[in-house]
Design a protein around this ligand. Structure first.
Ligand code: P6P
Length: 343
C-alpha cells in the first residue's frame, strides 16, 4: 500500500488532474465537488440512521416494487439537488424516479452533462447496519444545450461515460471514481470534512480467491452458472481453490471488497429475473467502467462487454459478471460452453 506523505483532498486531486478530463474548464470539478457535498450529507444521515426516526419504510413502493426506506428518498433528494445547483448537469436518471428528471433553470439547461444514479444502493441493509452505497455515471449530453435533457441523452452505451464512481458508506465512507484515466479512492475524514486520497491508482488483481453470488438462487441458475460455482468450490489447492464465498447483498460493498482483494461478483439471470436483477444504466455501467479502468473485466457472462450494450430503457436489467479479469474470463468459458449463447 503506497504511503502517502501529505494528504491530498478530492478537490486538489481533481484540479491537479484537470487535463485528464477532456472537457476541462472546471466542469468535472464542479460536478464532482457538488456530488461530494451530497455524499457528506448522506454520510451524516446514514451514520446516525439508527438514532433518529429516519429508518423504516417511508410507506411508498418505488418503481422497482421495493419498499422505499426514508433514507432512499433523502439520498435521492440530496443528489438531485446537488446536481441541479452544479450548473453543469441538465438532467438525472435515478433508480428512485420512474422518468428522467430535467432541470428547467436556464443555467442547468446549458449544462453539458447528464447523470445516472442509484442514490442509495442496498438500502434494505440500512436497518441492520450493513454497508450501503451511492453509484453514479456521467455522460456528455447528446441533445443540444439550452433545452431540457432528453431520454436519448441517458440511453447511451456505457463506453460513452466520461466519469463514473461510487460512495460506500461503510466502516469508513469512501468515494471511488474514474474519468477513464485509472481509478482512485478517497476516504472521508469527518474531522476536516474532506475526502482525502487514500487509494491511488487502484488496480484489481488478475486472479482472486473470492466469489460473490446469491447461492439462494442456486436451483434457478443455468447449468453453466451451477458448474462454475462447483468449480469455485472444488478442492484444488495448487489452483488456489476452493475459493471463499463472500456475499453481502449490497453491490457497492461486494464490488469494493473484490476490487481491492481480487474476486468475481455475479448476478446472472434467474427464473425470477430473466435479465438479471441489476440495472444497466446506474449499477452495471458505472461499476463496469471502474472495473475495466482497474484492469478488470465486466460482461453479461457470454462475452458481451457491458459497456458495449445499447440501452433501450432507463431501468432495464442485465446479467452481470464483474471483477478480476481471469476470473470473469473463466466464468464466461463455463457459461458459453455449457449454456451456449441462448438468451
Ligand atoms: P439479492 C440491492 O438491493 C441490490 O440492488 C444490490 O445492491 C445487490 O447486489 C443485489 O440487489 C442483491 O440482490 O437478490 O441477492 O438480495
Amino acid at each position: 500500500m503506497l504511503k502517502i506523505d501529505k494528504f491530498v483532498t478530492l478537490g486538489e486531486f481533481i484540479i491537479n488532474r484537470q487535463e485528464d478530463f477532456p472537457y476541462a474548464k472546471g466542469e468535472l470539478t464542479r460536478l464532482l465537488s457538488h456530488m461530494s457535498i451530497a455524499a457528506k450529507i448522506v454520510h451524516r444521515e446514514v451514520n446516525k440512521a439508527g438514532l433518529v426516526d429516519i429508518l423504516g419504510d417511508a410507506g411508498d413502493v418505488n418503481i422497482q416494487g421495493e419498499d422505499v426506506k426514508k433514507l432512499d428518498i433523502f439520498a435521492n433528494e440530496q443528489f438531485i439537488a446537488a446536481l441541479k445547483t452544479s450548473g453543469e448537469c441538465c438532467g438525472v436518471a435515478s433508480e428512485e424516479e420512474q422518468n428522467i428528471i430535467t432541470f428547467d433553470e436556464k443555467l442547468a439547461k446549458e449544462g453539458k452533462y447528464i447523470v445516472c444514479t442509484d442514490p442509495l444502493d442496498g438500502s434494505s441493509n440500512i436497518d441492520v447496519n450493513v454497508s450501503v452505497g451511492t453509484i453514479f455515471s456521467i455522460y456528455r449530453r447528446i441533445s443540444n444545450t439550452g433545452q431540457k435533457a432528453k431520454e436519448i441523452d441517458f440511453l447511451q452505451e456505457g463506453k460513452n461515460q466520461v466519469a463514473a464512481g461510487y460512495i460506500i458508506y461503510g466502516s469508513s465512507t469512501m468515494l471511488v471514481y474514474t474519468t477513464g484515466k485509472g481509478v482512485n479512492g478517497f476516504t472521508y475524514d469527518p474531522s476536516i470534512g474532506e475526502f482525502c486520497l487514500s487509494h491511488p491508482d487502484i488496480i484489481t488483481p488478475l486472479f482472486g480467491k473470492i466469489y460473490s453470488i446469491n447461492e439462494g438462487n442456486y436451483i434457478r441458475f443455468t447449468e453453466g452458472v451451477k458448474k462454475y460455482i462447483k468449480y469455485c468450490q472444488e478442492y484444488e489447492p495448487e489452483a488456489n481453490r476452493p475459493y471463499t464465498s463472500r456475499y453481502i447483498g449490497s453491490l457497492v460493498a461486494d464490488f469494493h471488497r473484490n476490487l481491492l482483494k481480487g474476486g468475481i461478483f455475479i448476478y446472472p439471470k434467474t427464473a425470477t429475473h430473466s435479465n438479471g436483477k441489476l440495472r444497466l444504466l446506474y449499477e452495471c455501467n458505472p461499476i463496469a467502467f471502474i472495473a475495466e479502468q482497474a484492469k478488470g473485466k465486466a460482461s453479461d457472462g457470454k462475452g458481451n462487454r457491458i459497456l458495449d450494450i445499447k440501452p433501450t430503457s432507463l431501468h432495464q436489467r442485465n446479467s452481470f459478471f464483474v471483477g478480476s479479469f481471469k476470473m470473469v474470463e473463466k466464468a464466461e468459458n463455463f457459461i458459453m460452453k455449457i449454456d451456449g449463447n441462448k438468451k
